[in-house]
Design a protein around this ligand. Sequence first.
Ligand code: C5P
Length: 224
Amino acid sequence: MKTFVIIPSAGSGSRMKSSLPKQFIKIKGKEILAHTLEKFQNASLVNSIVISTRRDFIKKIELIVKRYNFTKVFDIVVGGKERQDSVYSAIKAIPADDKDLICVHDAVRPFITSEEIDQLIKFAKRKKAVLAAKRAVDTIKIGSLIVESTLDRNKIWIVQTPQIFSYGILIKAFEKAYNENFIGTDESSLVERLGSDIYFYELQSDNRKITIPYDLKYAKIFFE
Ligand code: C5P
C-alpha cells in the first residue's frame, strides 16, 4: 500500500493582501511551500508527492523542488478555479490502486510535523478515511448579527489537513460531487456524501493555515 500526497498550491491568497501568493512568501529565508514540502519529504511513510498549481507558478515551483532536493515530488500539475478542482487534477495524475492512500495537505500549513504525518498515515492504513482535527476549546455559536444558537462544544471539531482517504473512496467521492455539481471546501465534505465512516485524528502539533497577515508574524516567531 503506497501513500501519495497532494499539495494544492494554486491559490492566490487574496486575504493576505500581498501581491505574492502566500505559499511563496519567505519565512526565515525559505518559501512557505518549501517548509511544507520539507515535512512530507522527511516523513518516512510518504512515497510520492504531486503539487497542483497555477500554470504561471510551475517554473517557480520546479526551482523550489530542485533547490531543496525534494526527491519525492514526481509531478506538478495545473490546478483549477476552486481548491476542489486543483485537488482533482492532481488525483487524475496519480497512478494509484484503489487501496493506496491519498493524503491532501494545504501548501499553506507549514507547521505540521513529519512525526504527526507518519502517525496520521499509520491510522489511515487501518481506517481508510481520516481527518486531522482539533477539539474546539472555545464555545461555538451560530448567527449572523445576533446569536441564533450555541453548539454542544463536546461534539465540535475544527477540521484541518492532512485529510487521508483510500484512492478508491476518494475518486468515487469526487466523481459523485462533479456529477451533482457539488463544491466543497475540503475532501471530507465530498466523502461524507458517500456515507462512508470518516475518523477524526486529534492533532497535537500547531497546524494553523497561513491566511491573514497576523499568521505571518506568528510563523516568524514559530520558526525562530
Ligand atoms: O484558499 P484556502 O486558504 O482555502 O486555500 C487552501 C489551499 O488550497 C492553499 O494551499 C491554496 O493554494 C490551495 N488552493 C488551490 N486551488 C484553488 C484555491 C486554493 O490549490 N483554486
